[in-house]
Design a binder for this molecule. Structure first.
Ligand code: FE2
Length: 391
């Protein structure tokens, strides 16, 4: 690395990563008390054979667990408020979230809010959480969102028709329990969407302006693990080695981006998701090659070098020494398009049903830290052009 060593601080919950880690949950939750609340999705209930066994184990340890089972839609402010007030009223000692990003964000936000005053909507305005939340234990069943690691929860504010985060280290999980066995419940579609989210997060963190030496290391390993296993997990969901590598890659990606922040793909993805109700990972995948092309055209040495590194990893032994970083960077972009096509996913926004007339509203709502940390500067005009080029 050129110049002075970049200082950093690093944030992470306690992490348990192993096959059948779900068996440790009664012990881990038991550290916080006997009275618990479980927030999960209907898919996990139906498809994960371990669910009845887990509930049996928790009860056998003398725990009283209130179960909240919901459809997999994204959480709303109203839902968070209602779960937080139930947790407060019942003096719950811990909240266990098991599921994809939506279930985990809901459980995390409710746990964070339960010992604080006011509605989640107020905290979406940027108000800080005054007190630590109820201990939150996060168990992801997808390999992509990274919600088990991050200190924020994305919530739909129905009144304002926007999607905004509430954020704060007081919401960090007390334990993130990662069990590849549980991720086998994902169908190929969810596998591809969440996997692309994880890949995008790793690539955006890698070239982010806020990247640091440790986040770079994690992002590189994340990209390698995800690239090496996503297609395998997509084509054979029972391949536990591929599932394990995907979950590991997703974890590394989340550790990288929760410290190094994200870029323009995520800047766009939230408004597109809120305005058009399209799965987050699908939007990320369709935008990623176009945002990379935009960043590469900025001729920023570090970006070209890092995209070049990605390209070399993607083509592996086929990469000739003589290839320049710029050539390898283009290879990375083309390889991502090939992967999207091989999973029959759109490589352009038009494939998601977006039209030129949608662009102004998306650009209007594209702001925040993801945009600030994108390696190439953006403006209203360049964002509009980038979206037009992505259609
Ligand atoms: Fe994401």
């Amino acid at each position: 690395m050129d110049g002075e060593f970049k200082p950093f601080t690093f944030r992470s919950p306690r992490i348990v990563f192993k096959r059948n880690a779900w068996k440790d949950l009664p012990r881990i939750c038991g550290e916080f008390g006997k009275q618990g609340m479980l927030v999960t999705g209907t898919t996990v209930m139906a498809k994960s054979g371990v669910y009845p066994a887990l509930m049996g184990d928790l009860k056998a340890q003398g725990m009283v667990v209130r179960e909240i089972v919901r459809e997999g839609r994204e959480p709303t402010v109203r839902e968070v408020d209602s779960i937080a007030s139930a947790a407060r009223a019942e003096c719950v000692d811990w909240i266990l979230g098991i599921g994809g990003g939506s279930a985990l964000d809901l459980a995390k936000a409710a746990a964070g809010l339960a010992r604080n005053e006011g509605s989640a909507g107020v905290y979406q305005e940027g108000k800080d959480l005054a007190k630590e939340g109820i201990p939150f234990v996060a168990v992801p069943t997808t390999a992509g969102t990274g919600s088990e690691i991050t200190n924020n929860a994305v919530l739909i504010n129905e009144q304002r028709r926007v999607k905004l985060s509430i954020r704060g280290d007081k919401m960090l999980a007390r334990a993130a329990v990662l069990d590849p066995v549980l991720t086998r419940s994902m169908n190929p579609q969810v596998t591809s969407h969440t996997g692309l989210d994880a890949l995008t997060q790793a690539i955006e963190a890698y070239v982010s302006k806020a990247a640091n030496p440790l986040s770079d290391l994690l992002a590189e390993k994340a990209i390698e693990a995800i690239w090496g296993s996503l297609y395998g997990a997509f084509t054979n969901g029972n391949d536990l080695n591929a599932r394990e590598q995907m979950l590991y890659g997703s974890l590394l990606s989340a550790l990288a981006f929760s410290n190094a922040k994200l870029g323009a793909v995520h800047g766009f993805a939230h408004p597109i998701g809120a305005l058009h109700d399209i799965p987050h990972g699908l939007v990320c995948g369709a935008l990623l090659p176009h945002v990379m092309r935009f960043n590469l055209a900025g001729n920023i040495h570090e970006v070209t070098r890092k995209y070049g590194w990605i390209g070399r990893k993607m083509i592996g032994k086929g990469a000739r020494e003589s290839l320049s970083d710029a050539d390898l960077a283009s290879t990375a972009i083309n390889s991502i398009i090939d992967l999207l096509e091989s999973m029959r996913l759109p490589t352009r926004l038009a494939g998601l049903g977006l039209k030129p007339a949608d662009i102004p509203a998306i650009v209007e709502q594209t702001k925040g830290s993801s945009l600030q940390n994108n390696p190439r500067e953006t403006s209203k005009d360049s964002l509009e052009k980038l979206l037009r080029d992505s259609l």
